[in-house]
Design a protein around this ligand. Sequence first.
Ligand SMILES: *[C@@H]1O[C@H](CO)[C@@H](O)[C@H](O)[C@H]1NC(C)=O
Ligand SMILES: *[C@@H]1O[C@H](CO)[C@@H](O)[C@H](O)[C@H]1NC(C)=O
Ligand SMILES: *[C@@H]1O[C@H](CO)[C@@H](O)[C@H](O)[C@H]1NC(C)=O
Ligand SMILES: *[C@@H]1O[C@H](CO)[C@@H](O)[C@H](O)[C@H]1NC(C)=O
Length: 432
Amino acid sequence: MWVCLSDVYSKNMNPKFKIIFYILVFSFTIINLHLLSTPKTSVVQFESRNIDFFQRNHIQCNDIVLEKSIEYRGNYIVLKNYILAKRSFKCLESITLSVPGDYRFLDNIFPLVERWKGPISVALYAPGYDFFSTLQSIAYLRHCSVFSSLVKDYVTFHIFFDEDHMPQVHDEPLINIYQDEFNCEQKPPFQTIKDEEMYKQRTGLFYPINVARNVAKLNAQTHFVFPSDIELYPTRHFISKFFNFTRHHPEYFEKSSRNVFVFPLFEIQEGYEIPENKTKLQEMINNKTAFWFHHEVCRSCHAVPKSAEWIAEQETNGLNIFTVTKRQDKQKIWEPFFLCTQKEPLWDERLNWEGQGNKMCEAYHLCLLDYDFLVFNNCFLTHKPGVKKKKVQNIKYKDQMRKNNEILRQITTELTKIYGNGTKCLIHNIFH
Ligand SMILES: *[C@@H]1O[C@H](CO)[C@@H](O)[C@H](O)[C@H]1NC(C)=O
Ligand SMILES: *[C@@H]1O[C@H](CO)[C@@H](O)[C@H](O)[C@H]1NC(C)=O
Ligand SMILES: *[C@@H]1O[C@H](CO)[C@@H](O)[C@H](O)[C@H]1NC(C)=O
Ligand SMILES: *[C@@H]1O[C@H](CO)[C@@H](O)[C@H](O)[C@H]1NC(C)=O
């Protein structure tokens, strides 16, 4: 812009003025550039180092502006970026944690944002009047806690519902209905409304968790995304440790590489604190207050390869890779949580939450693409306290489970037709 302006203005000037004019334009530009590049926080300093590093390694990404907009996905209407975080990030400045949910799970946003301290993209299913409880819950998060300023800074909310179950509004258009205020003397809807009172429950709708996963991931502003679940708490300082790791290991970030980065996942007994680091986790595993996730339900779905060695290995400074594996052989029914980019496949939206097995399709897809799964050594996820017990098959959703199973079989057929050679890769049958 400066160049164009100076061209126009300088055309009819006498040469003396022309020189002075150019000096003025030049110094103005320098001042502006300086203002733009002055680091305001430590995050910005990190960012320029990240960008230098990735440019040297030919990794490029585009910065994205997040804007409120709508999208149709199958039978769903999505209000994207409906409530936007205050802070915006360049594509290599940070890592986005993306999580699916509905308003009942929003109490988890506080521990998540307080541990992640980076951008979080949340997609919430909110059909019918659940929409209004969702908005109130978000207003509560943004105003009524010591963590509210973190929520405002970092968390962006997307909301979606079935086209046949839109929220009923009368005067106000839906796009502007959110009011960013809450009377904090009241409890939020997620503490007062019972499950059976929800619109979703009363109408017998199923939770389209994979639509939520996809919406949350696709609307991340950063190149690196960590698609997780809303009740899984990551260890602290991950973002800066990860970028330090990338600088020491450019070999994992070649353009053609097929890598994802796995967080080992644990559960702990009710009443215990989330382990802050691996050393603490080791103590809790030794005295049987922490376990591999779902150790009683489906241990092989989550334990990493050489799991005993993972536990035994001492914590070190910084972050590194413990082991590299394919999702084959002993790991063939593995469904780990991992950091990735938009290059990796999404989740199949035909599968719902009630029918189970909804996450398996993505890991299977990566197996067919011959991906390497790189397991981190010093960071991990801990599920919200409480250990899942083995229980009799959930009768209530038997039909949905049968349906999901059928879809999983169909996905297997489709994907092997596309990629061939599926024999080493498996979609775990949910009636195991
Ligand atoms: C691990 O966390 C505990 C607090 O839970 C802290 O006392 C300890 O110093 C930490 N250890 C390391 C190696 O960071
Ligand atoms: C187990 O170890 C953890 C971590 O050191 C400790 O906080 C907890 O009190 C211990 N629990 C039992 C039952 O020994
Ligand atoms: C950065 O990574 C290096 C190499 O893995 C490690 O030695 C160092 O402790 C790390 N620094 C931080 C601050 O994580
Ligand atoms: C299938 O597997 C065989 C043996 O592992 C290999 O030689 C062949 O290239 C594979 N074909 C495809 C389409 O991946």
